[in-house]
Structures are given as structure tokens and as C-alpha cells.
Design a protein. Structure first.
Length: 474
């Protein structure tokens, strides 16, 4: 898909999400399956969870561990129809063997559960989890992908969640009307089914691909989220643009498969074993962050804290694989020419076989038509980031977790550590639990929910619709 084929959000101009939604999904919004209008089935549930990735599992496990009977009051919907499917697919495409998150960040309510039982989950040939790195917050003990998945499967079994995912997408959601005032929300699924729920926890990850100015996506110039390194052939010349963990992982795996790889960083190389400073899960950073009353300034603070970096072991592996690395390359352009994909920097043009633009994604609720409809109706947001209360509530009875909760949880919102923070906040909102009234003076800090106007795009970037559901590797 080339630059002219995809609506571009230009800085300072209007945000054409209506055009994006219409081009991607048509006038009726996103369709993951057949929409059956006649004889719709109406289902009632206490709690509807949208999404079945690590964020949803962390919240649900917090509710159900020790109280498995509550699962009967919980409905989970995800287009894939199974837990962690998007996460698994992203890790498989990029051949990620080891998580970046420490061993204490996972969906089980017991933070030490993985470390205490890690010998049960087997080891892969790339298992580095036994290498304990001492930090201010304790040993990292980063799980392998294989071990982490086995650990999550065991957690699903213990919480009776394994077969609870309904294969459907939410195509429309709105406040419910009817004879049951406790059922606040009505969701229409891609199967035609209507679900009415007391509360909703949105754990999806709608996002847009971040594309620097000068990069023209095309058949062989693609975003990093669309790369499948399993199809790389020996001898191919590949330019990877980006300085973060994903860029390094893609470059390394392509080199291992015999490609001639050049990794281009527009700025300096940044090395950090965590993608967000550990202080962002503690009061040292969060107290001043939450004292910021302006949601626009909070967003800027999140973006400053999430600069691209890679782990020290990945840096060492890239050196060992003899991957060519150019730091401080400045502005990098890429376009399709008669010679194929062409990269331009510092006045020099280079012809390659493939260009991978591993410059990340940005969460944006407007990339999902159901959420976009709520935003268009007045639900507050800052450039697609919902403005939530301290208990992650966007609208009455509608909670948001994951990267979209960054204005409340902070820069770690989309990570496993942020998922645990969200589960802590929502612990007293378990299915069947009476609603806690936090509206009295002094019990909830005033939230900047009013005045959440959309902003323009940060300078130097355009945002493109993702071609597949996103699951951010941690």
C-alpha cells in the first residue's frame, strides 16, 4: 500500500479518521465477520471484556484467582477467539525468544509466581531467563517466550478462563436503554449478537503506525509491524530504520537468516534493559506525573519517557552477527524507484531489496470504529488518548486498560507492569461486586475529563492505519 493509497494525518491539518475508517472498513465500520441483522440474539452479562491479550488476562486473573465462580459473570470477546493470539502472532513473526519485561511482570496476581515456578515451564535454546540482572527493583529474570506462554496457559486453566473467549469483534457500543438500569452498556458484535453489560473493560489496542516524513510505504517498503522475518531469503539486502527493540530484533533475525542487513538510527543508540524506567511503576515518578492537571502535558511526558531503546544483550547480539549499524543518520528517506526500494541519507542513495520502517506505533482509540463513535459523541480524549478518571473510567461503567490508559497509568501502561497496575486499580470492580461510589469530595482526585480536545500530529510524523490488530511485545 503506497503513500497515495492511505489517508495521511498531516501536522496542523484536520484528522481524517472518517476517511480512514471508510477506506479501511467501509460505511458500516470494521467487519471481522458476517453481520447478521435478522433475529439478533441478546445476551446479558455482568462484565464484558473486549480483547483477550495480556492486559485482559491480567485484569481477569486478578478477579478470578481464588474466586473462579465469578467466571460465570464474565464475557470476553476477541476476533481471534482465543487468548493471547495477537501476542503470539507478533512474537512469532518477529521471532522474539525472550520478553523484555522482568519476571515479576506477568498476569498472575502473585508477582513472584513466575520466578517461583519457572523451572516448570521448560527452556528453549535461547533461554536467558536464568541470567539474573540486579537492579534497584530486584532481579529481572526475563522469561523466554515459550516459558511465558506455558505459564499463561497454566494461569488460564487455574482461573477457568481457557475457553471463555467468544470469536467476535465489537463493532458498535453505546449506553444501554431498557428495563434493566443496572445494564449500562449495549455492544453489537460482528456476529450480530447484542451483549448488554453492567460494565465494560476495554483491553484492545487500537493504534496507528508511526511513519517518519520522507518514508513512502510500498510493496517492499513496509512498516515493522507488517514484517514476517520467517520469509527472509539469504543474500537479500535489507535496510531497517529505527533505534528500538523491534528494529534491533528484526535486524538480528534477518542477519541470522543470511540477509545483508543495515540498521539505520536517526539518532544516537540508546541501551536500556527496560523500555520504560522502572520508576514509572512507583510513586517517585507517578506522583509528580499525576499532579499534572493538563492532559496534553501528560501526553507529552509519556512520549518523552518512551524513547526507543534496546536491551544490552540485543546490542551485543547485533555486534556478534556483524550487522552494519549507522547511528545519528539524521533524516532518512525511502521510496520506490526503477531500481527497487531506495534509501536516501546524507545526500547518498542506496538500492536495497527491502526497507523495514521499525519506528513504532502510537495508540489511538479513533483507529477502532466503536471507540471512534464514542469519541465523536463527546467522550473526552487528547489526540486519540482517552482522558480517564483515576479508576480508569472513561464513561460511566466503561473502563480502559492497556496503552490507551497512559494518561492515568503513565508511560508503562501498555506493558505487563502497566497491566498489573491496571488490575490493582480495578480489583474492586470484579464481576458481581457492588459499585463503589467514589464521587464524594476527597475520595477521588479531580480529573481533567473536560476539555479533551483532539490535537494535531507530533512534528515529523504521519500516522497510517495498521494492517492487522496490534499486540505490543513486552
Amino acid at each position: 500500500m503506497g503513500r497515495r493509497d492511505v489517508p495521511v494525518i498531516a501536522e496542523g491539518g484536520p484528522t481524517p479518521f472518517d476517511e480512514i475508517v471508510k477506506e479501511r472498513w467501509g460505511d458500516g465500520g470494521m467487519r471481522h465477520g458476517p453481520i447478521v441483522d435478522p433475529d439478533r440474539v441478546v445476551t446479558e452479562t455482568d462484565t464484558l471484556v473486549v480483547g483477550a491479550g495480556p492486559q485482559a488476562l491480567t485484569v481477569a486473573a486478578r478477579w478470578l484467582c481464588g474466586r473462579p465462580a465469578l467466571v460465570a459473570s464474565l464475557m470476553v470477546v476477541d476476533p481471534a477467539g482465543s487468548w493471547m493470539a495477537g501476542w503470539d502472532a507478533a512474537f512469532d513473526r518477529q521471532r522474539i525468544d525472550v520478553l523484555r519485561s522482568p519476571g515479576v511482570h506477568h498476569p498472575d496476581p502473585d508477582s513472584m509466581a513466575f520466578i517461583k515456578t519457572r523451572d516448570r515451564w521448560g527452556r528453549s535454546s535461547a533461554d536467558t531467563a536464568s541470567c539474573s540482572v540486579e537492579t534497584a527493583v530486584g532481579p529481572l529474570q526475563r522469561p523466554t517466550t515459550t516459558a511465558f506462554r506455558a505459564f499463561c496457559d497454566d494461569l488460564l486453566r487455574r482461573t477457568s478462563l481457557s475457553d471463555r473467549v467468544i470469536p467476535a469483534a465489537v463493532v458498535e457500543i453505546e449506553p444501554a436503554s431498557g428495563d434493566h438500569p443496572d445494564l449500562q452498556w449495549s455492544a453489537r458484535l460482528s456476529t450480530g449478537q447484542i451483549v448488554r453489560a453492567r460494565q465494560v473493560v476495554w483491553a484492545g489496542n487500537p493504534c496507528l503506525r508511526r511513519v517518519p516524513d520522507g518514508i513512502e510505504l510500498g510493496d517492499r517498503i513496509i512498516h515493522g509491524s507488517d514484517v514476517d522475518v520467517r520469509v527472509v531469503d539469504p543474500g537479500q539486502r535489507i535496510a531497517v530504520i529505527g533505534g528500538g527493540q523491534t528494529a534491533g530484533q528484526l535486524a538480528l533475525e534477518a542477519a541470522r537468516r543470511g540477509a545483508v542487513v543495515t540498521l539505520l538510527r536517526r539518532g544516537a543508540a540508546e541501551v536500556a534493559d527496560l523500555d520504560v524506567d522502572a520508576g514509572w511503576l512507583m510513586d517517585d515518578h507517578l506522583t509528580p506525573f499525576r499532579a499534572i492537571g493538563d492532559p496534553e502535558e501528560r501526553r507529552r511526558e509519556v512520549e518523552r519517557a518512551r524513547r526507543g531503546s534496546m536491551t544490552s544483550d540485543l546490542r551485543d547480539a547485533l555486534r556478534a552477527a556483524a550487522v552494519t549499524q549507522l547511528n545519528d543518520a539524521g533524516a532518512v528517506a525511502a521510496w520506490s524507484s526503477e531500481h527497487g526500494p531506495t534509501v536516501g541519507l546524507a545526500g547518498v542513495e542506496c538500492h536495497v531489496d527491502h526497507v523495514w520502517c521499525a519506528t513504532g506505533t502510537v495508540p489511538d482509540l479513533r483507529a477502532d470504529p466503536a471507540l471512534a463513535q464514542l469519541a465523536a459523541g463527546g467522550a473526552p480524549h487528547v489526540a486519540g488518548w482517552p482522558i480517564l478518571t483515576d479508576d480508569l473510567e472513561w464513561l460511566d461503567g466503561f473502563h480502559v486498560v492497556g496503552a490507551l490508559a497512559a494518561l492515568t497509568i503513565g508511560p508503562a501502561a501498555g506493558n505487563l507492569g502497566g497491566a498489573r497496575a491496571a488490575a490493582d486499580i480495578l480489583a474492586d470492580r470484579a464481576p458481581g461486586q457492588p459499585r463503589v461510589d467514589c464521587s464524594r469530595e476527597g475520595e477521588r482526585r479531580p480529573s481533567a475529563r473536560a476539555g479533551g480536545k483532539p490535537l494535531g500530529s507530533p512534528r515529523g510524523y504521519r500516522y497510517w492505519p495498521s494492517s492487522r490488530p496490534s499486540s505490543t511485545p513486552s
